[in-house]
Write a protein that binds this ligand. Structure first.
Ligand code: ASP
Length: 352
């Protein structure tokens, strides 16, 4: 993929206090209304014109932009590999990283990067906006300025947030615990099963007791296996739909998005089909449709059979974390190893 690099020294006088690399992938954030009245991506090198207050941050910024910024609905694992390549290549030269990304799939990308960047010791902060930076009431300015502050924040010489996180609407959330929950209001993200890592008011208050510890040294994982399907349970699901999904050639794992604490209908056609698929080697993972709480197979009669047949319980993982983690594990480990690793925390994505 073609990438464009721009250097911006926002320090007015004297030395910049930190170096931050911005990866600009696209999304609503960087849209500008053109003469025809339609929204199109803006040229990132003009960011200081839109945001003169950047100068007060005294940071040295380098921006690497996707040549063609994309709506995040078009994000694919290949884009995650590009983002990780950029971070790996520039890891030692920068104090922190900010990824500007559309909100639609931001939680998937932040989850994926949290698993790909093993041993991370520096901040990788995703942000974006609900309204383009060209709009007077845009949230883009506040989101970017605070994300940059967080990416540059140090205490006793060490980064305060050594993990992949999403900063949006005054809250910093762990990336692999987040979900997009809102498309009209500014509070687009939530992490129902994990406290906020920081809250930005007059001061940025960091919740250090829930932060991940810095990793020893960066080790990146870049391979994926995308032969994973998701089946959301709903009243009316029938056998022919399930059968055609399970007959997908090469399918290696299935996430069933169950009700409540991991419950599913007890109908024989469903249980028999899942049992047979497991016997043929399919990994089946149980993730709840609820954004708070966790899967507890065996609590109700309606989940006992799943546990007995070998469906794995996904605890309190989000769908976004479970899906990206499965793709990465399947691309790098044997199926036996994946069965063990999927239920263990890899990057703070689940509580045991
Ligand atoms: N569709 C846009 C995207 O995800 C929405 C946004 O950026 O907020 O790229």
């Amino acid at each position: 993929m073609k990438l464009n690099t721009t250097h911006i020294n926002t320090a007015l006088t004297g030395k910049a206090r930190a170096k931050v690399l911005i990866i600009y992938t696209g999304g609503t954030f960087g849209m500008m209304r053109n003469e025809a009245g339609t929204l199109a991506p803006f040229n990132f090198s003009s960011i200081v014109e839109h945001l003169p207050t950047l100068r007060n941050l005294a940071l040295e910024l380098t921006v690497i932009s996707f040549d063609k910024p994309i709506d995040s609905s078009n994000i694919q694992p290949a884009h995650w590999q590009v983002m990780v390549d950029i971070i790996e290549q520039h890891y030692h030269a920068f104090d922190g990283f900010v990824v500007l990304h559309g909100t639609d799939t931001m939680a998937f990308s932040a989850s994926a990067l949290s698993f790909m960047l093993q041993g991370l010791a520096k901040p990788v902060i995703f942000t974006g906006a609900q309204l383009p930076i060209s709009e007077p009431r845009s949230d883009a300015r506040e989101n970017l300025i605070t994300a940059l502050e967080i990416a540059a924040a140090v205490e006793a010489g060490n980064p305060i947030v050594p993990e992949v996180a999403i900063f949006f609407d005054f809250e910093l959330l762990r990336g692999n615990r987040s979900k997009k929950v809102e498309s009209m209001q500014f509070d687009a993200f939530d992490s129902g099963n994990y406290p906020a890592l920081a809250t930005a008011g007059v001061k940025i208050e960091y919740n250090k007791s829930v932060m991940r510890a810095a990793g020893p040294s960066l080790k990146v994982i870049k391979s994926f296996d995308t032969q994973v399907a998701v089946l959301k349970l709903y009243p009316g699901l029938n056998f022919s739909i399930l059968r055609s999904l399970l007959a997908t050639p090469g399918l290696r794992a299935l996430i069933i998005e169950t009700y409540g604490s991991g419950n599913a209908p007890t109908e024989t056609w469903l249980l028999d089909a899942l049992k047979e698929a497991i016997a043929q080697g399919l990994l089946i993972l149980n993730i709840s449709q609820c954004s708070g709480g966790k899967v507890n197979q065996g609590k109700y009669e309606t989940s006992k059979a799943l546990a007995e047949m070998g469906v794995l319980g996904g605890a309190d993982m989000t769908l976004e974390a479970a899906l990206t983690k499965l793709m990465i594990l399947l691309g790098n480990y044997s199926i036996e190893e994946v069965r063990t690793m999927i239920t263990q925390p890899l990057a703070g994505e689940l509580s045991v």
